[in-house]
Ligand binder design. Structure first.
Ligand SMILES: [Zn+2]
Ligand SMILES: [Zn+2]
Length: 166
């Protein structure tokens, strides 16, 4: 979705607001297993400075389906974030988000970037997630397996040794 910042650019240092329903960019989300469950609610408050650089406060609320990094279980959680972003005129020196010569920006793209960069390095279903057994693949949050036991059991010479030490 395109947003036109002309009104703000013509009135530097004045604040403006807008709100819209955010649909995530499917190609951008191909790199992660997490998906929004519904369109997000986005509110933007912005102002331009005298140089035409826009400071935007972007508030996003969206229900998400996450996939746990450790056990691969899916879980639902509302994502809420507030991010301050700069949006500059398009040109050779622009490094981040930009608006074109008509004062327009693809705001859905900006929100997709902001949401993607808000994910923690590791997304887990709970801080205590036990993950999957590396040997048999059992989800250790629901069940136990004998892999650990066997490792220090009779079939394993080191296991016997460990038993003696203990
Ligand atoms: Zn988990
Ligand atoms: Zn196992």
């Amino acid at each position: 979705m395109k947003i036109d910042f002309t009104r703000g650019l013509n009135a530097p240092n004045q604040e403006f607001d807008f709100a819209f329903e955010w649909e995530h960019d499917k190609t951008m989300f191909e790199s992660v297993p997490h998906r929004p469950l519904a369109p997000g609610e986005v509110r933007v408050n912005y102002k331009s400075d005298d140089e035409g650089i826009i400071s935007a406060k972007i508030e996003v609320r969206v229900p998400f389906k996450f996939v746990c990094d450790k056990c691969a279980d899916e879980f639902e959680k509302n994502l809420y974030l507030v991010s301050e972003e700069k949006i500059e005129p398009d040109g050779d020196e622009a490094e981040g988000f930009t608006y074109d010569s008509n004062g327009e920006t693809d705001i859905s793209f900006v929100v997709s970037q902001v949401v993607l960069s808000s994910f923690p390095q590791s997304v887990t279903c709970s801080p205590n997630c036990k993950g999957l057994c590396p040997v048999c693949g059992e989800n250790l949050n629901y069940d136990t397996c004998d892999c650990e036991k066997n490792k220090t059991g009779k079939n394993n010479p080191f296991g016997e040794l460990l038993g003696k030490i203990q």
